[in-house]
Design a protein around this ligand. Structure first.
Ligand SMILES: *Cc1c(COP(=O)(O)O)cnc(C)c1O
Length: 406
């Protein structure tokens, strides 16, 4: 996808607009599967919440991937995209027993992360195999320190509660077929990941009928030059060896599963916006674009840094800008960023706009959500239309309040 391709997309589909490069998604997927090619039964479940457009799900379905889902709605999207329910795992947090039962009925693998629901579900449906999500209490500390994850995380069943899990299993007659962990979004350090995996292996040895181990995600991708990226190839080599020796010890070939979101789609996405106003104040030059945190909230929500390029003037002399949005709320995308000289009307491209960008967009300020484009085989395909006033008003009910008088 060249700058010219992107500019043509804004001419045809307007701005703001999200663009996803299918080739990049495919190459990330292949990188991951290649890194674990030594594992006989590997399953990659794409984490739908990162970017849930049905064409993206269909792309993963065609690649042979499964899906990681966190709501019954995501499950339904996956089924609609054509993914087999047996290749979907459902890893919710704090949802109702009713929703879990609904998803189990669809034939999807259930992953339970608290003792209360485990006991209730196991009592009512002992015949449905269930995976459990554990909290290994491991997270990356500074540098290469391994520290205990804060004990109060709302995710997972503490490894210190495994004896309680075993009692529930025994009392209900239910079957635990998988052990899962997902320790968070930013695993920088392979040693930390391997340390957590040892805890997962040790936990797994206490369950006799496992079919798979799910190592979640946490793969890091670069957002700016010089960022550390998870070395997937090194992780693949080291974890494969550990997994193989675990399977020997366990006495059975299990499936090794991962569920990356960001790693697979982040870098494939660009967000294109148009500069409405250049506003010079006494201390700052603002470039105000036709968007805001209603379309891309990561910089404001997480403090994420997205690289921004002026694709209308890529060779221009660099100057300092604060890139801000057009909504009535502080919506700073970037402060004091060096960007090639910007004129009103120029198109700026945000990098790493594939993961947690569109999927977190809203209608704040009653703005429409932007369209989504898939760049595939050298062509732009519309995979979601820009919203319009009909979309905005849908479902709203204008009450008869005529009895109220001035
Ligand atoms: C969000 C999530 C993922 C994906 O995380 P990334 O950082 O996008 O790779 C995987 N598993 C679970 C359970 C999640 O909630």
């Amino acid at each position: 996808m060249t700058n010219q391709d992107l500019l043509k997309i804004t001419e045809k589909f307007g701005s703001p607009v999200y663009v996803y490069d299918s080739e990049k998604i495919i190459s990330q997927y292949k990188r991951l599967t290649n890194a674990f090619s030594g594992v006989k039964n590997l399953r990659i479940h794409y984490a739908v919440k990162a970017l849930s457009n049905i064409s993206i799900l269909s792309l993963f379905q065609n690649l042979g991937a499964g899906l990681d889902t966190v709501s019954v709605q995501e499950v339904k999207l996956g089924l609609q995209a054509g993914v087999d329910p047996s290749k979907i795992i459902y890893t919710p947090n704090g949802v109702s027993l009713e929703e879990i039962e609904m998803v189990a009925k669809l034939g999807v693998q259930i992953n339970i992360d608290n003792l209360s629901i485990l006991e209730q579900f196991g009592t009512k449906h002992p015949e449905v195999p269930v995976c459990i999500r554990i909290n290994p209490h491991v997270m990356a500390g500074g540098n290469t320190n391994i520290s205990v994850g804060h004990i109060d995380s709302k995710f997972g069943i503490s490894i210190h509660q495994i004896p309680h899990v075993l009692r529930i299993v025994e009392n209900t007659g239910m079957n635990i077929n998988g052990i899962h962990m997902h320790t968070g979004s930013d695993i920088l350090d392979i040693e930390v990941f391997l340390y957590a995996s040892e805890i997962l292996f040790n936990t797994a040895l206490q369950f006799k009928d496992l079919e798979f181990l799910d190592f979640g995600s946490g793969f890091k991708v670069p957002y700016k030059e010089g960022d550390i990226e998870t070395n997937i190839e090194e992780l693949g080599e080291k974890l494969t060896a550990k997994f193989q020796s675990f399977c020997k010890q366990y006495g059975r070939e299990l499936t090794l599963a991962f569920e990356p979101g960001k790693f697979l789609v982040s870098e494939a996405g660009k967000f294109l916006v148009k500069v409405n106003v250049i506003k010079q104040t006494t201390s700052t030059v603002f470039a105000q674009v036709d968007s805001g945190f209603n379309h891309l909230i990561r910089p404001m929500f997480y403090g994420s840094r997205h690289e921004i390029h002026n694709i209308s003037n890529p060779q221009g002399k660099e100057r300092f800008y604060s890139v801000v949005g057009y909504i009535c709320e502080t919506d700073t995308f970037a402060s004091n960023r060096r960007i090639a000289e910007i004129k009103e009307g120029d198109i700026l491209a945000f990098n790493n706009a594939g993961a947690y960008c569109y999927s977190m967009a809203s209608n704040f300020n009653s703005r429409y959500r932007p369209p989504e484009i898939m760049w595939h085989n050298g062509e732009a395909h519309l995979i979601r239309k820009r919203e319009d006033f009909e979309d905005l008003i849908r479902g709203q009910v204008k009450m008869d309040l005529s009895t109220i008088t001035e």
